[in-house]
Write a protein that binds this ligand. Structure first.
Ligand code: NAD
Ligand code: ZN
Length: 389
């Protein structure tokens, strides 16, 4: 089959690779009909995440049709049209049964390696390096999905791929980011980053009752989408001092909650804090002002700081004094996608939101390298790329 493979920083290629096989009775094979490139894929593309190997298949936002099933799978049938959460979860462990799906204890066979490198073992993710389980991703013609009974969600008839594809990640991620703000009527929420995650966080904050949402970015078309479609008030942080303006806009009190929908991109930190060999492979960016630091400093007293942006290892210059003295509450994590799939699907079915608003580019799988390039460089007004295998 054809698959998008990682070959090094800024080097992805469409290779011919062996088709995936059922390896475990709980597996399924999905023939992929739509798959997207995520801001998280840019961390791999930038070379920020260690333990990628040449030839690793990328992609964690995908959906398609079930074409093969292991003998133990009961909830799905061949021919079912399904979306696949990007977080891999067994459905049986303490964390899965506590509705904390992205913390599954049984989905990372390389947990020992992660433990050694990072001091903790994350759960498995599709297409996201060997410390996250070494699973082949879904920017491909086919993918193997483990724990298929809980890892595949049937799509109801009458909904297009583009309406449901983002249930795999960015819609639940934006929604959980907003939910972590503990929004009360009248609240003002500020969102750093108007990429796909930020856009869904903005929409979700309003769905959860925020009175005002103020969105911050530097890319004009992303700010435009946030204001036109998201109904947010917007600030370009290259034109104004966002912290000062936020203070004025909130009567001096600061927002009730802040969301970091940026993550690693803006940071020049010791990204993973790893042993020297891996550290040398990381490309450290210059130490720019960062979204998370700014968000903490801007957040009003007693407020919530919700971190959806992805981080690894250590983060220095963390404004701990501001966090402590303002009694801020921090919430973060990989999204518990399984928890949000059904309720968010209902919002789509009710017409509360059509997630396809985010798509700016539709490309054949073969053009994935071009898709990565324009998404990374924010060229051609690119906000979200969907690939069609
Ligand atoms: P993206 O790269 O398209 O968007 C990031 C946006 O942040 C860009 O528009 C950029 O211009 C803006 N930005 C950069 N520095 C900024 C700053 N200092 N202040 C304000 N804005 C700034 O990525 P995305 O797909 O929207 O993803 C956003 C983040 O969410 C990534 O870090 C990604 O890894 C993470 N993510 C996390 C989860 C999760 O489960 N927690 C899931 C999906 C994505
Ligand atoms: Zn993603």
């Amino acid at each position: 089959m054809k698959a998008v493979c990682w070959h090094g920083a800024n080097d992805v290629r469409v290779d011919t690779v062996p088709d995936p096989k059922i390896l475990n009775p709980r597996d399924a094979i999905v023939k992929i009909t739509s798959t997207a490139i995520c801001g998280s894929d840019l961390h791999l593309f930038n070379g920020y995440i260690p333990t990628m190997e040449k030839g690793d298949i990328l992609g964690h936002e995908f959906m398609g049709e079930v074409v093969e099933l292991g003998s133990a799978v009961k909830n799905v049938k061949i021919g079912d049209r399904v979306v696949v959460p990007f977080t891999i979860a067994c459905g049986n462990c303490y964390f899965c049964t506590s509705d904390l799906w992205s913390l599954c204890d049984n989905s990372n066979p390389n947990g020992w390696l992660a433990e050694k490198i990072m001091g903790h073992s994350p759960s498995g993710l599709f297409g996201y390096s060997h410390i996250f389980g070494g699973y082949a991703g879904g920017q491909a013609e086919y993918a193997r999905v483990p724990f298929a009974d809980v890892g595949l969600f049937k799509v109801p008839d009458g909904l297009t791929d583009e309406q449901v594809l983002f249930l795999t990640d960015i819609f639940p991620t934006g929604y959980m980011a907003a939910e972590n703000c503990n929004i009360k009527p009248g609240d003002i929420v500020a969102v750093w980053g108007c990429g796909p995650v930020g856009q869904f966080a903005i929409r979700s904050a309003f769905m959860l009752g925020a009175e005002r949402v103020i969105a911050i970015d530097r890319i004009p078309e992303r700010l435009q989408m946030a204001s036109d479609y998201g109904k947010a008030e917007v600030l370009n942080y290259e034109e104004v001092d966002a912290g000062e303006v936020l203070k004025e806009m909130t009567g001096g009190r600061g927002p009730d909650a802040v969301i970091d929908a940026v993550g690693l991109e803006a940071h020049g930190n010791d990204l993973m804090g790893l042993y020297d060999r891996v550290k040398q492979e990381l490309r450290l960016e210059p130490d720019r002002p960062t979204a998370l630091r700014n968000a903490i400093v801007a957040c009003g007293k007693g407020g919530h700081v919700s971190v959806a942006g992805a981080y690894g290892g250590f983060l220095d210059k963390f404004p701990m004094g501001a966090a402590m003295n303002k009694a801020l509450t921090f919430k973060m994590g990989q999204t518990h996608v399984h928890r949000y799939l059904r309720p968010l699907l209902e919002h789509i079915q009710n017409g509360d939101i059509d997630p396809s608003f985010i798509i700016t580019h539709r490309l054949p799988l073969e053009q994935a390298p071009h898709g990565y390039e324009i998404f990374k460089q924010k060229k051609d007004n690119c906000i979200k790329v969907v690939l069609k295998p």
